[in-house]
Design a protein around this ligand. Structure first.
Ligand code: ADP
Length: 366
């Protein structure tokens, strides 16, 4: 019986539990055994109680729960080869040679590195006498499959990451709540949302709530944005708007890559327009709460596809990541998606914002 491990890694997002449930049940359905690796790569490196066999009933109720019930952690040891050797040993000792990882681009990069070093990691264990040659023989190929779990929707090659729509929904609810008080007092609010390198949440939230102005890292406002923003706010007010909502991504910056902070925006509105303006940082509220219908659906279908991808894999298969494009669940090349994601970050670093937006597949008109 094939033994398939499932793990959640990196920042948590709504829908990760749906992935665990779906992978466990699909694995069992296909005649395999399922194992949960707790606490991300730390569980794989430490082994012991952190790797547990999962049965059908063990994931009951997972679909509607937020966060990740099997835990996630940043793991420094896994960045280094000795950590990955320990991880390989833990897998072989449990007879596991397949792993499904739900995480962000860092987690998926780590997974692909792990696979590329296999079976060298095992040979190292034979050399040091920790494993016997006969023990490693049946495990010459490691099968890895990635799933993208992230609230930021920051992975290229997929239209939506698991968690992004739940997070967007939460943001909209919170902005609506702020709206009420803003309108009552005719105030301005600057609302900071997550997305260190990706402005998707800020951009989508600003459209969905009818915000007055938005700051995202990929399309910084030009020189003189202060006047532009104030002019827009003033004209909106002159049309009878009683409240002003500005959405700012935590990664907002100007064209010189200098950070634009929510406080800075508050000060501009207060000083230039004499507008009573407050700041609201939504913070971790955006990660929590119930997964939306979409993330339950996406995590379930992608978990099923991940198990299928593992079972279809041959030694020649490139490491897949499960994506969604135009509403179709697909298998994509993990390395390609990670490289494309990194090239967006690189374009931003080079201040080539037009290229960054093109790589993100968004067209902006000036
Ligand atoms: P995310 O998956 O959300 O991008 P991180 O970048 O923090 O989050 O990655 C999560 C974990 O994945 C790290 O703590 C580390 O254990 C592992 N990891 C990330 N990048 C690599 C890498 N280049 N090599 C090996 N392991 C990595």
């Amino acid at each position: 019986k094939k033994r398939i491990g499932v793990m959640t890694s990196g920042g948590d997002s709504q829908g990760m539990n749906g992935v665990v449930r779906s992978v466990v049940r699909m694995a069992i359905h296909m005649g395999c055994e399922a194992y949960a690796v707790y606490e991300g790569y730390d569980g794989l490196v430490q082994g012991g109680d952190l790797i547990k066999q999962m049965h059908w009933d063990d994931v009951r109720g997972f679909l509607s729960r937020g966060g990740t019930l099997i835990g996630t952690k940043r793991c420094m040891e896994f960045y280094e080869r000795p950590g990955r050797v320990k991880a390989a040993k833990n897998m072989i000792e449990r007879g596991m040679d397949a792993l499904i990882i739900c995480g962000g681009d860092g987690s998926l990069t780590g997974a692909d590195k792990f696979r590329s070093e296999w079976p060298g990691l095992l040979e190292e264990l034979v050399k040091t006498g920790e494993l016997k040659q006969e023990q490693i023989e049946p495990y010459q190929h490691l099968n890895i499959c990635g799933l993208v779990g992230s609230i930021d929707n920051d992975m290229s090659g997929t239209d939506a990451t698991i968690g992004c729509y739940s997070s967007l929904e939460r943001i909209c609810e919170m902005v609506d709540a702020v709206f009420d008080t803003a309108a009552s007092h005719k105030r301005g609010f600057v609302i900071e949302v997550m997305g260190r390198h990706c402005g998707w949440l800020a951009l989508m939230a600003s459209i969905a709530t009818g915000a007055d102005y938005v700051f995202i890292p990929e399309k910084p406002p030009g020189v003189g944005w202060e006047e532009e923003m104030c002019d827009i706010v003033t004209s909106h007010r002159s049309w009878g708007k009683r409240r002003t909502i500005i959405i700012i991504s935590e990664g907002a910056q100007d064209t010189e890559l200098k950070k634009i902070t929510a406080d800075q925006v508050v000060n501009v509105l207060t000083e230039k327009l004499n507008l009573d303006t407050r700041k609201t940082v939504l913070g971790h509220i955006q990660r929590g709460g119930l997964p939306s219908y979409f993330d339950r659906w996406l995590s379930t279908l992608q978990g099923v596809e991940a198990v299928n991808a593992i079972l279809d894999a041959t030694p020649e298969t490139k490491t897949p990541v499960i994506t969604i494009r135009e509403n179709k669940i697909e298998r994509s090349d993990l390395q390609e998606c990670v490289a494309l994601t990194k090239s967006v970050a690189e374009a931003i670093k080079q201040k080539d914002f037009a290229k960054a937006m093109k790589l993100r597949d968004v067209e902006f008109k000036e």
